[in-house]
Ligand binder design. Structure first.
Ligand code: ZN
Length: 536
């Protein structure tokens, strides 16, 4: 290891660059996530990229008169986190105009957030909680009643959504939407019902969407996130990408986004997709915003359908074969192993005609993946994006599938052994919190939000592996693992200086971590506490 440091340092000193670094971080515990899993003390950054790593003394020697030297005072530094399955575009669009129950420990706290919003938003504004919470996170262990919502915000229409199965509306909201609810003010149903209901809600104005996008990215930066792979999703149409595009045009992106397109026109998806991507080749964009292919839904007929008909599969095959021919990436939502063969059969058939091995296709979710399915994925070069769905859903899963089955959900250690590319993430913000440290803690302890450990040690990764999934692992899905995801010479200086040591805090505390200094391409995008003055 000593030799390696010396070599890197010598290369820098001799060849390259007469110019001195813009920024030097010293006195850190830099978890590089390089191939040797090495830890370094200091780092030099120039023009957005890492130019050297080594000891603080070595890096200080590189400093010129213009170099900014940041003493991180022994703190842990990690590569910027990358969520490989975050519905960021959708979450961002409404972030400035929705109320957030993510992380609220009690219903009292959640209701007070409504009251607070009723004071800060315009009088009579809609108060919308669009998911991201569940009952077990509240110490009361129950949903709000309509009367409680009215008491919290008597003069606002209030809409509360729980996952994709239930929503509660106050009388003002029911009247405004002109919908029929159960006597208690709730609406229950399948995904389709709740998606259609959500579509009736007023949309934020374009300016509010742009504002929301910037605020959401900053919120992600606060949590150490510097990149996302966005899988499109429900309630997301082409016009919904425009706020993101404006933020990109303004040069205000603080999270690197790879975005995908879903088929939205039921039955007409092929034509729709062909039209949308006619002038948009795979990979089009730049390192802040890049077109990442199709997903997570290709056709409505194959979405959440465990028994697609031959005709539905033929239609799907036609689209993905076309995508393979164009060299496109795609990510596909699939929930259970029992039926994933329906999908893998199609992918295997396409692969015999047009090899997909280099295209970085992926399957999202598949929490109960069998070893056999993971081997089929590996053989096809298909990656697996893994989310902390069991954090909210684990108790239900135990009831449905039994404690023994839950011990291996999701089987990331098996996937790692087989060599499947694995990315970490959340699936936020409707069905999960976007907090990466909640997800990382769940990787490490397998506990549901109610505190019940359901996963066994045989499928529980170590801290470094979990971090690797969430950084370098996630970077793979947008072909970025040579540019970011680890802290190595030549890569982007995308990093987070953490409030506590991720490697050393008790596992129970991992979810309390946040960043105190986040950089994207060497630029400070979030800073707090002792580093606040670094943010211009
Ligand atoms: Zn999904």
């Amino acid at each position: 290891m000593k030799m390696f440091i010396a070599t890197t340092f010598a290369l820098f000193a001799s060849s390259a660059f007469a110019q001195s670094p813009d920024t030097i971080l010293v006195n850190g515990k830099i978890i590089t996530v390089d191939a040797q899993s090495s830890t370094r003390e200091a780092m030099a950054i120039r023009d957005g990229r890492i130019v050297a790593l080594g000891s603080s003394a070595q890096m200080r020697k590189l400093a010129g008169p213009q170099s900014r030297v940041v003493d991180v005072q022994g703190r842990t530094v990690i590569p910027g986190l990358i969520d490989s399955h975050l519905h960021a575009i959708r979450a961002a669009q409404t972030f400035a105009t929705e109320v957030n129950w993510i992380g609220a420990a009690s219903l009292t706290d959640a209701l007070s957030r409504l009251t607070e919003a009723s004071h800060t938003m315009k009088p009579g504004a809609w108060l919308i909680v669009a998911g991201g919470w569940n009952v077990q996170q509240f110490k009361e262990n129950r949903r709000p009643t309509q009367a409680e919502l009215v008491a919290a915000a008597p003069n606002n229409p209030v809409y509360i959504q729980l996952g994709y199965g239930w929503a509660m509306l106050t009388p003002l909201a029911i009247k405004a939407l002109n919908v029929t609810t159960a006597p208690d003010g709730s609406i229950s149903g399948g995904q389709g019902t709740i998606i259609a209901l959500f579509d009736k809600l007023p949309k934020p104005t374009f300016d509010q969407q742009v504002d929301g996008t910037k605020k959401f990215f900053r919120e992600l930066n606060r949590l150490g996130i510097t990149g996302v792979y966005d899988p499109g999703g429900n309630n997301l149409l082409p016009e919904d990408y425009q706020a993101l595009f404006k933020v990109w045009r303004q040069g205000d992106m603080t999270v690197r986004v790879a975005y995908t397109l879903c088929g939205n026109v039921t039955g007409g998806e092929f034509e729709e997709i062909r039209n949308l991507v006619a002038l948009m080749p795979q990979g089009f964009g730049d390192d802040m915003l890049r077109f990442g292919g199709l997903g997570e839904r290709i056709t409505a007929a194959m979405n959440n359908n465990n028994r697609p008909t031959d005709a539905e599969k033929a239609k799907y095959y036609e689209i993905v074969k076309w995508a393979a021919g164009r060299g496109m990436t795609l990510t596909m939502h699939w929930n259970n192993d029992a039926s994933v063969g329906q999908l893998l059969d199609i992918f295997e058939r396409v692969n015999t005609e047009t090899p997909i091995g280099g295209l970085r296709w992926s399957i999202a979710h598949l929490n109960d993946a069998s070893e056999a399915s993971l081997r089929r994925m590996k053989a096809l070069g298909i990656g697996w994006t893994v989310q902390d769905a069991m954090y909210f859903g684990g108790d239900g899963y135990v009831q449905q599938a039994g404690a023994a089955a839950a011990r291996r959900v999701p089987p990331v250690e098996t996937g790692k052994k087989i060599g499947v590319a694995i990315g970490g993430g959340t699936d936020a913000h409707r069905v999960a919190s976007y907090n990466p440290f909640t997800s990382l803690q769940w990787f490490l302890d397998g506990k549901t939000v109610g505190g019940k450990a359901i996963r066994g040690p045989e499928e529980t990764p170590g801290r470094l592996d979990a971090l690797r999934f969430y950084t370098l692992g996630s970077a793979w899905f947008s072909f970025d693992e040579k540019k970011r995801g680890s802290l190595e010479v030549g890569k982007y200086a995308d990093l987070a200086v953490l409030s506590k040591d991720y490697m050393a805090v008790p596992v129970d505390d991992v979810h309390t971590l946040e960043s105190v200094l986040t950089m994207v391409g060497g630029k400070v995008v979030y800073a707090s506490g002792p580093f606040a003055k670094l943010e211009q």
